[in-house]
Design a protein around this ligand. Structure first.
Ligand code: ADP
Ligand code: MG
Length: 702
């Protein structure tokens, strides 16, 4: 049950004065990007914060008003110049003056009555708006405010500017946000008093009020006391939810699974290489966790190509040695097939029985897989999250490995950890996420890192080339293929529609076939899975030498002898994505090349991205740069899904607060795990306020 004190904030916006169903739709579009669904609530308006402010305090006089500046002028109205009848293109002009000079107030398509009434000849008015100079004469087009002399006080001298949407008047939004702010109750303080004092933070209601009434540019800074306070509240709610989840996960007893090393040894013997130092160490850490009676919750971070898959297999082998089962989940069909393929030889050598389960296995085949999981005749299941739907039952599932490559939402992951009874969880991620982001999106997980690349790898040489030189690039590919090289050709990303991506890829495919002949293959997201598998298989075996692809190959595809990757319209890709794509090459001891084709003109941020790519192969540096260029949610690709978004906090700016919130949350969960004390009550309210109330269910369950 939501605490009663929050009721005024969780009312629908339609309960505010003058907000009907139509306006509610517009507000919904503004606040959530879509008109579908419930009308927004008052609390959603509260977190719609101003992006800028308009300062009308400047009153320089007409002649001294700078070009383009917002000013407020006290003028005497001299004469009206109406547009000629029937000519709507000529504006209605009103001339007025002050001690310094004359100005024209200009109105297009104006109602003459309204202009006459607002600006009677011979009277004094305050007008405020932007001044523009034409041929040495100042004008103000559609003043924002016109008030009578006696009403000067009613003119808002500093106005917040909110992000807007079509069909919403600024004044309307100001009014209803104002009403929303007025309705904020005084909440019990949920912050540690010492922290609040040290930082000189206002209470929640005051912070919200100040956030909506900025009086100077500094007040819009995310590091201002009031915005810091709100950010901290949000980060604390987030960290508390994650800490409660972790506590829940920990408390639900795990089982100790101590492998005897029998299968692991066979796998190691079957591998054509030996493990890197950090693979070995990660494996040690994972095994130690598995052997403990508590449940494991561990993140395995490793740049693309660092060799996470074999660590996953060896971890699975550990629990299989102890007589239990393991599951490896991946986000795409393509990846699952590939995992199955790359794991098969070593698994076979060790006698591990592997099954695959995706949306594709149907009918009998599916039944057979399900039966083998239930009776224990499958040791390791590789599959999509279909794996965790409905009737999939294991005999004894001990370990779930999520190869997420930042495609799974945190919610899915939470659902997953809540599912098994005593299941250990290993999450593998390819983005070398900065510490701050680990905290934000994973909470306080244990972390193992693969810091080394397998031996013998050569760095990838990266160059950017203008699309004008496409012919040269194609020629280069032709020459390279002739001497046995394999190349990926990645086609542009067009955000709006996968169909357009596909069309672009098909077009490129046709063009390359013309030049290169039948050595070109094509793979894209709209292909039937069988056709996609075949295309991948052909490229892997060398039947094709060039693989034209949409971004489906971004996630974890492994064809070790591919040494060239061309990325067309590289300026449209994000940094993390470019790095992921580039990671498809450089997987052998042969030198590799990445060609970033860009189209002029190119924006500053895109230019920065390309130069970062040229300068470094270091995934950590790239992740930091990406964070700097884009902000947290997008680095992990969660912002689009909208589920993990922060409303106020900005992980890239509030990193220090994140650390404090983590410690704060951890201490709270240690000292008052059921949130029953006075601060506990206040924190429950906080969890609801920021939509993290799922965690409260865990409190009840525990
Ligand atoms: P990622 O971490 O991106 O998932 P993979 O697990 O796909 O990386 O491994 C990339 C490639 O490196 C694979 O071809 C794999 O066989 C190979 N590999 C993994 N570990 C080693 C190692 N220690 N020495 C040499 N090659 C390795
Ligand atoms: Mg991988």
């Amino acid at each position: 049950m939501r605490p009663e004190i929050l009721n005024p904030l969780f009312r629908p916006v339609t309960s505010l004065a003058g907000v009907g169903p139509k306006l509610a739709l517009t507000l919904r579009r503004l606040l959530s990007g879509s008109e579908a669904g419930e009308p927004p609530r008052v609390v959603d308006l509260l977190f719609h914060l101003p992006a800028a402010l308009i300062d009308r305090r400047n009153q320089p006089g007409i002649a001294l008003s700078p070009e383009g500046a917002i000013v407020t002028l006290r003028i005497r109205v001299d004469r009206h110049q109406k547009p000629p009848r029937g000519n709507r293109r000529v504006p209605y002009r009103v001339y007025g003056h002050d001690d310094t000079g004359e100005i024209a107030l200009t109105f297009f398509h104006a109602h003459a009555d309204w202009v006459e009434k607002s600006l009677p000849v011979g009277e004094t008015r305050y007008v405020s708006g932007r001044v523009e100079w034409f041929n040495g004469r100042p004008a103000m087009v559609h003043p924002d405010h016109i008030v009578e002399e006696a009403d000067f006080a009613s003119m808002p001298l500093v106005e917040p500017v909110y992000p807007m949407t079509a069909g919403l008047a600024r004044k309307t939004l100001l009014r209803i946000v104002g009403e929303a702010v007025e309705s904020v109750p005084t909440l019990p303080e949920c912050l540690d008093p010492a922290l609040r004092k040290k930082r000189a933070w206002p209470d929640f209601a005051a912070a919200i009020t100040q956030a909506h009434h900025p009086v100077k540019a500094d007040d819009l800074e995310p590091t201002s006391p009031h915005l810091s306070r709100l950010a901290y509240d949000e980060l604390l709610a987030n960290q508390l939810a994650l800490a409660l989840l972790r506590e829940h996960h920990r408390k639900s007893a795990g089982t100790s699974r101590r492998g005897n090393g029998r299968l692991t040894a066979k796998i190691l013997a079957a591998l054509p290489y030996s493990l890197t130092g950090s693979q070995g160490q990660a494996l040690e850490e994972i095994r130690a966790d598995l052997a403990k009676p508590e449940r494991m919750l561990r993140l395995l971070q490793g740049d693309v190509g660092s060799g996470k898959t074999v660590v996953a297999l060896l971890s699975a082998a550990s629990v299989i040695e102890a007589g239990a089962q393991a599951a490896l989940m991946a986000p795409t069909e393509l990846l699952i097939r590939q995992h199955a393929r790359s794991i098969a030889p070593a698994a076979e050598a060790a006698g591990i029985r592997v099954a695959v389960l995706t949306g594709r296995e149907k009918g009998r085949e599916r039944e057979a897989v399900l039966a083998s999981l239930a009776d224990g005749s499958t040791d390791l299941l590789i599959g999509t999250h279909a794996l965790f739907q409905g009737n999939v039952a294991f005999r004894d599932l001990a370990l779930v490995i999520v190869d997420e490559q930042h495609r799974f939402g945190v919610h899915q992951r939470l659902a997953l950890t809540a599912k098994g009874t005593a299941t250990d969880v290993l999450v593998m991620t390819a983005t070398p996420i900065p510490r701050t982001l680990v905290l934000t999106y994973y909470g306080d997980m244990d972390v193992s890192k693969l810091t080394e690349k397998p031996a013998g790898r050569r760095p990838i040489e990266t160059r950017s080339v203008s699309l004008d030189r496409l012919d040269e690039v194609v020629e280069r590919i032709r020459a390279a293929v002739e001497i046995g090289a394999k190349a990926y050709w990645v086609c542009p990303l067009v955000e709006e529609s996968e169909l357009i991506d596909v069309a672009a890829a098909e077009e490129r495919f046709a063009a390359l076939v013309q030049v290169l002949g039948p050595v070109v293959g094509l793979v894209h997201g709209k292909m039937k899975p069988e056709a996609r598998d075949r295309a991948m298989q052909n490229f892997l075996s060398g039947a094709t030498k060039v693989l034209v692809a949409t971004t489906v190959i971004e996630v974890g595809v492994d064809v070790p002898d591919a040494t060239i990757i061309v990325i067309e319209h590289a300026e449209r890709f994000g940094l993390a994505q470019l790095h992921q794509l580039r990671g498809r090459v450089g997987r052998s001891d042969k030198p590799s090349t990445c060609l970033l084709l860009f189209k002029m003109p190119i924006g500053d941020v895109a230019r920065d991205r390309l130069s970062v790519m040229r300068e470094t192969n270091d995934g950590f540096r790239i992740a930091e740069e990406d964070l700097r260029l884009r902000g947290g949610g997008e680095v992990l690709g969660t912002r689009q899904s909208g589920e993990e978004g922060f409303r106020v906090a900005r992980p890239e700016i509030h990193a220090d607060l994140m650390e404090i919130a983590r410690d704060d949350a951890r201490l709270m969960v240690a000292t008052d795990p059921h949130l029953t004390g006075a601060r506990g009550d206040a924190l429950r309210i906080l969890l609801y306020l920021f939509g993290r109330d799922e965690a409260i269910r865990l409190l009840r369950a525990g």
